[in-house]
Design a binder for this molecule. Sequence first.
Ligand SMILES: *Cc1c(COP(=O)(O)O)cnc(C)c1O
Length: 226
Amino acid sequence: MTSIHSRLQAIRARIQSVRDDYGCPQAVHILAVSKSKPAADVREAFSAGQIMFGENYLQEALDKQAQLTDLSIEWHFIGPIQSNKTQAIAQHFSWVHSVDRLKIAQRLNDARPIDLPPLQICIQINISHEESKSGVAPEALLALASEISHLPRVKLRGLMAIPAPTQDIAVQREQFKQVRLCYEALNAKGFALDTLSIGMSDDYPIAIEQGATIVRIGAAIFGARR
Ligand SMILES: *Cc1c(COP(=O)(O)O)cnc(C)c1O
């Protein structure tokens, strides 16, 4: 067994045990974040049963996709989005997790090819109010979600967040909980969201405890990035 294969198996087992421990009812999907890793690593993870892969940088992702056209991978874009990249993103990905303003959602909507299903999107929310971070402020979330829900070629599935890094488990838990509360508030207003994209290599067990349905895991699958 390769190390990618065995790490994936260990993560799957850990996810199952966290779900058992906390009685988590939701299904939890692993998004394998392959940024900075070669196509060969993606191929190896795919052969171990991994279907969903996340990339942050458009050109790097397109290069990798071109080497992997024989695999039925579901590609997710998770990085910051500049306007001039929306057309290629809308053409080459199934999901986008990092939508944080209407203009970007509109451009993705307008560029989504008609022969593909609607682009599945998550709104990225800036839960820790960090100035440097992308993401919509919680106060502006409802308005943005309402506007996006009227766009026909994108489908709003849920929320994504990257909380401020901290070693303090209680702070981590509280940040994830705030994202979940925003998600539940939208659903209480009639949005049928089913995706909470929270948790990375270092904190995914706590994210699952707080309701994560997609955990975005890079280093714990592929090894540390340089
Ligand atoms: C890099 C990245 C990840 C994965 O981080 P790891 O710590 O390697 O698991 C997840 N989400 C986003 C948005 C990222 O940029």
